[in-house]
Structures are given as structure tokens and as C-alpha cells.
Write a protein that binds this ligand. Structure first.
Ligand code: ATP
Length: 232
């Protein structure tokens, strides 16, 4: 049974269909990268999977249960955690206080402050600092650590690399190799096609709200992905 199944989903903003008949599935332990040009619908799809937006038609199943109608808080309780675009840290709180926000919808599991500091040692040294005093990369680590502290089964990451130096992005993606596992699957949006293929098991390409290409990352030819990306 797949961990996540999106079946023929349509999402509208008013009369505008931002997601049109999208289907995808994710097995436990897999990393799926969503790629696509600006406005393709990637963020809309992520927000739909987390329950923040509701599809007009289609179905979303998580751990075999139909969760289409459930509110975002309930999905969070069931183990869907989002690292939002722009990181959305609490500016007046310290690093550690921001991390602890992740425990509000906590499931049973192995993630604790200590295991997060183990993955991102720099955060331990900075734990009493105000979150806004950190570099962009460090703030991104806090956003990921906060999500992990809820002990998610599905970690959803929107454009982690936005505005970060390539080396920092690499460092963050390297940690994904350590955090993924039978109990943690990842869906990520990544603008850099080569990087998206490198860090994932499978790739889905969106164009104008539709999936134009889907398959194993290893088997993807860059020319094929580029064609799907631009709709050629
Ligand atoms: P980006 O890489 O720019 O974040 P994206 O692939 O994530 O793009 P979305 O942000 O999901 O794309 O947007 C998909 C489409 O829906 C775009 O045409 C966008 O203009 C439109 N859209 C997004 N949010 C809204 C909204 N709140 N109201 C109306 N239209 C919206």
C-alpha cells in the first residue's frame, strides 16, 4: 500500500484550475521530487496534500485512509509535516523555542531535540539565539528540525534551496540521506532539475497544473525532463 496516493485531483482558485487531474503515489521511505516552471502548480499541490487547500474533485489517501476532507491539523496529527517556502520561523523566539513548536502535533517516534542537534550540530551552538540572527541556511535547518520534531511520516519541503548558496543546499540535502527511512518519506519541490533528480527516487514534472512526466529519477534523461518542464 502506498503511503500517499493523490488520485485525479483538481484544485481551483475561483474559476482558475491550478491543478488538473493530477495523480501520483509515494511508497514508504521514498523521496519524490516535484519539478516544474514558475506557476506550474507545485506549491498548490503541496498545500493540497497537507490539507491547507481542498480539491474540488479527486481523492487523497494517506496510509490507506481517505483524508481528502480532513483539516490540516488532523493531517499534521497523522504525520504530514510541511517545511514551507520562506521557512516561516517565529521571529521573536529562539532557535530552540522554534524547534519546540514542532512538538505541538507530536506523534510517537524517535525525533527529539538531541537527535535534531545531531543532524544539524550548528543549531546546538546557536540554540539560545534569536532565530532571525541565523543565516538563511541555518534558518532552513531550524524549519526542517521543527518539522522532524513532530515525528512525521511524510515530510513536505517547498523550495528548500531558495536564496541559499549551492554548498549550503548540498549540505541540507545530504542530511536527507540520514533522515529518510522506512518511517519517513519526503516530497520536495526543487527548481534545479539536475539536483531534483540527484536527491530523489522519483520525479514528477508539472506543467500548467498537469503531470507531464513521472518516473524513476535514475532513469531520467535530462533532455526528456527539460522537454517535460517546458512542454515541448
Ligand atoms: P512557483 O515556483 O512560482 O512557486 P508553483 O509551481 O508553486 O510556482 P503555484 O504557486 O502552485 O505554482 O501556482 C499555480 C498557479 O495558481 C499559478 O498560475 C498561480 O498564479 C495561481 N495561484 C497560486 N496561488 C493563487 C491564489 N491564492 N489565488 C489565485 N491564483 C493563485
Amino acid at each position: 500500500m502506498p503511503l500517499l496516493e493523490v488520485q485525479q485531483v483538481d484544485v481551483f482558485y475561483g474559476d482558475f484550475r491550478a491543478i488538473a487531474g493530477v495523480s501520483l503515489s509515494l511508497q514508504a521511505g521514498e523521496v519524490l521530487a516535484l519539478i516544474g516552471a514558475n506557476g506550474a502548480g507545485k506549491t498548490t499541490l503541496l498545500r493540497t496534500v497537507t490539507g491547507l487547500l481542498k480539491p474540488r474533485s479527486g481523492r487523497i489517501c494517506f496510509e490507506g485512509a481517505d483524508v481528502t476532507a480532513l483539516p490540516a491539523e488532523e493531517l499534521a496529527r497523522r504525520g504530514v509535516a510541511m517545511v514551507p517556502e520562506g521557512r516561516m520561523l517565529f521571529p521573536s523566539l529562539t532557535v530552540e523555542e522554534n524547534l519546540q513548536m514542532g512538538t505541538l502535533t507530536r506523534r510517537k517516534g524517535a525525533w527529539t531535540l538531541d537527535t535534531v542537534y545531531d543532524i544539524f550540530p550548528v543549531l546546538k551552538d546557536l540554540r539560545q539565539r534569536n532565530a532571525m540572527q541565523l543565516s538563511g541556511g541555518q534558518q532552513q535547518m531550524v524549519a526542517i528540525g521543527r518539522a522532524l520534531l513532530s515525528n512525521p511520516r511524510l515530510l513536505i519541503c517547498d523550495e528548500l534551496s531558495l536564496g541559499l548558496a549551492p554548498l549550503v543546499v548540498e549540505e541540507i540535502y545530504r542530511t536527507f540521506e540520514r533522515i529518510r527511512g522506512a518511517d519517513l518519506s519526503i516530497v520536495l519541490v526543487e527548481q534545479d532539475v539536475a539536483r531534483a533528480c540527484a536527491v530523489s527516487d522519483r520525479v514528477s514534472c508539472l506543467l500548467k497544473g498537469q503531470v507531464t512526466l513521472q518516473g524513476a529519477s535514475r532513469a531520467m534523461e535530462l533532455s526528456q525532463v527539460t522537454a517535460a518542464y517546458f512542454g515541448e
